[in-house]
Every structure is written in C-alpha cells, then in structure tokens.
Design a binder for this molecule. Structure first.
Ligand code: MN
Length: 195
C-alpha cells in the first residue's frame, strides 16, 4: 500500500494573511508530495514496502529514505498544527504544563522563537515532551530529524526550511514565527499531549 499525500484540512488560502495560498500550493502540492513520492519509490521491492512511516523512520538505515519518510511524517502533522481558527492561547492542562516548564506562555514563545530564528540551515523547531515528561524546545541540528527518532513526543513543530516562509517573508524568519502564532491549532497540540 503506497503512502498517500494527505489532503489539506482547509482551503489553501485559509491561513492568509499569515501563510499565503501560494506558499501552501508549493509547500503541500510540490514539496510534501515529493517526499511522499520519494518514499514510495525507495520502499518498492524492499522489506519496508508495507511499513508505516513511523516504522520506516525507526528502522531504515538508508539515509535518503529516512530523510524523506521523516519529512513526510513531519508535514503530515504540520498542516494539522495550523488552522484558520487557530491562534490565541493554550488552555487547560496544556497551559499548565507550559507554565510549569517555561515559566509562562510568553516565556515559551520567546524560547521557541529564538530557537527557530537561530537555526542554521534547513530544519524544524519543536515543542516536545521529553522522556521524563517535561516539555522542551528542540531543533536537533538536522534538516529532517524529528522527535519520533529521538524517543520524544512531538507536540508542535514549525517548519523552518526556506520553502516554508521565503515566498511570504523572504529572509525575515522572525516575522514568519510571529505570524505562525496566529494560526497555531492549540487543540491539536493538546491532543498530542493527551491533555
Ligand atoms: Mn516543508
């Protein structure tokens, strides 16, 4: 069973003015599709041909397959981490966990933004739950690496590859991160925490 490119959960222009329809068109229809297509090509005729993305990420020693499976997995969730009804503040036990481990929601946002804008080269910025149950911000210093391979739970991921922001924000990563907060789907983040 080949891996599928998931449909976007909202129209391409739904995240405007924060993320443009043009960015969504290139990012989902071309970049994400390429990762999925490449995974399908690389698993053909191998013992991973029926494996889930999670199983491929954890088990392959083929670097190209790892990179593409990891990117396919990251993007499957990235679209769900944003919503036209997003933004605002996390609620309930997610809000409490953020306050406990970062001092405040503002403190978390500051650390996440600094990590995202300081990232050198392509990659992702993550809010994770670590092995001890504590929330932390990560970048893993690798273009495709993700919390799954680190044994951590991905609560929120922000794509910091240039293809994610260059059409809308050119070189100004900080503006991209500032606008991202307006579309974050905190309900989906809370679901990942099990909150
Ligand atoms: Mn991307």
């Amino acid at each position: 069973m080949a891996h599928q490119l998931p449909e976007l959960p909202y129209p391409k222009n739904a995240l405007e003015p924060h993320i443009s329809a043009e960015t969504m068109e290139y990012h989902h229809d071309k970049h994400h599709k390429k990762y999925v297509d490449t995974v399908n090509q690389l698993i053909e005729g191998t013992d991973l041909k029926n494996a889930s993305l999670e199983e491929i990420i954890k088990n392959t020693d083929n670097e190209k397959l790892f990179n593409n499976a990891s990117q396919a997995w990251n993007h499957n969730m990235f679209w769900q981490w944003m919503s036209p009804d997003g933004g605002g503040q996390p609620q309930g036990s997610l809000a409490k966990a953020i306050e406990k481990d970062f001092g405040s929601f503002e403190g978390f946002k500051k650390q996440f933004k600094t990590t995202a804008t300081d990232l050198f080269g392509a990659g992702w910025t993550w809010l994770v739950r670590d092995k001890n149950g504590k929330l932390a911000v990560r970048d893993y210093k690798h273009a495709a690496r993700n919390p799954l391979i680190q044994g951590e739970t991905a609560l929120l991921g922000l794509d910091m590859w240039e293809h994610a922001y260059y059409i809308d924000y050119r070189n100004v990563k900080a503006d991209y991160v500032d606008h991202f907060w307006n579309v974050v789907n905190w309900d989906f983040v809370a679901k990942k925490l099990g909150a």
